[in-house]
Design a protein around this ligand. Structure first.
Ligand code: SF4
Ligand code: F3S
Ligand code: FES
Length: 247
């Protein structure tokens, strides 16, 4: 018994497909398990792999909502399997891989490749002018409120949920997604980064950046770290419109 309620029998319905296996076709496969007290989808999937079918592919590293590797579609909505309790879902739970990212197999996708490409395109690192390393700028104590603001945006774990939930990302291959726009917002704030608003405009002042975003806001709703994506994107867009007008 959990919380006075009988534990349920669960059906975990998994979209199975391995594009590397010749002749394999996408199919839904059901697994029946007993719900346990405090069971997460991480526990459920491991139970299935240990007892019922060792061939299911899925990713986990930290089991604590930190690494971002366990993101998947849970009943049609992107989320972290290790942070999702089965008791908050129905008795039939459908799991599928995140769309947009390259499928490895079953529930495993290569978010790393996508994130790397996006980070390289956006040059998501602190820029200092070549040959002009301003030690004072680097070593100066940062205002604690500003450091807090940057830290808030740095909490992104690159799980890919915001990209998987975004209609624009599904239509435009090069759209940087809320995760990319959040990075730009983060580096704009950083006093050690010598890039100007013109430089940031060059990076995301187009349809693959802020102007491709249609304010669908699924990103904001599904982000497991509750990042203030809506505010950041709206702010960036206002800035970029101004930048475009001036430029
Ligand atoms: Fe995940 Fe949120 Fe970062 Fe998007 S912004 S990758 S949903 S943590
Ligand atoms: Fe996509 Fe979020 Fe914009 S869901 S369209 S990035 S507001
Ligand atoms: Fe790391 Fe879920 S296993 S976030």
């Amino acid at each position: 018994m959990a919380d006075g309620q009988a534990l349920r029998k669960l059906t975990i319905r998994i979209l199975r497909y391995n594009p590397r296996v010749p002749g394999d076709v996408p199919r839904l496969q059901d697994y029946e398990i007993e719900e346990a007290d405090g069971m997460t989808l991480f526990i459920a999937l491991n139970d299935i792999r240990d007892r019922l079918d060792g061939s299911i592919a899925f990713d986990f590293v930290c089991r604590a909502g930190i690494c971002g590797s366990c993101a998947m579609m849970i009943d049609g909505r992107p989320g972290l399997a290790c942070r999702t309790l089965t008791k908050n879902l129905g008795a039939v739970i459908t799991l599928a891989p995140l769309p947009v990212f390259e499928l490895v197999a079953d529930l495993s996708v290569d978010t790393g490749k996508w994130m790397r490409g996006m980070s390289e395109r956006l040059e998501a690192w602190v820029h200092v002018k070549q040959g002009e390393i301003d030690l004072k700028r680097i070593e100066d104590r940062m205002d604690p409120d500003l450091a807090e603001e940057i830290f808030e945006l740095d909490r992104c774990i690159e799980c890919g949920c915001c990209v998987a939930g975004c209609g624009t990302a599904r239509m435009r291959d090069d759209f940087v997604g809320a995760v990319g726009l959040n990075k730009i917002a983060r580096f704009r704030l950083d006093p050690r980064d010598t890039r100007t608003d013109e430089d940031f405009y060059e990076l995301v002042g187009d349809d693959d950046g802020v102007f491709g975003c249609m304010s669908l806001l699924a990103c904001h709703d599904v982000c497991p770290k509750q990042l203030p994506l809506q505010t950041q994107i709206a702010f960036l867009r206002r800035k970029m419109v101004k930048q475009g007008t001036l430029g």
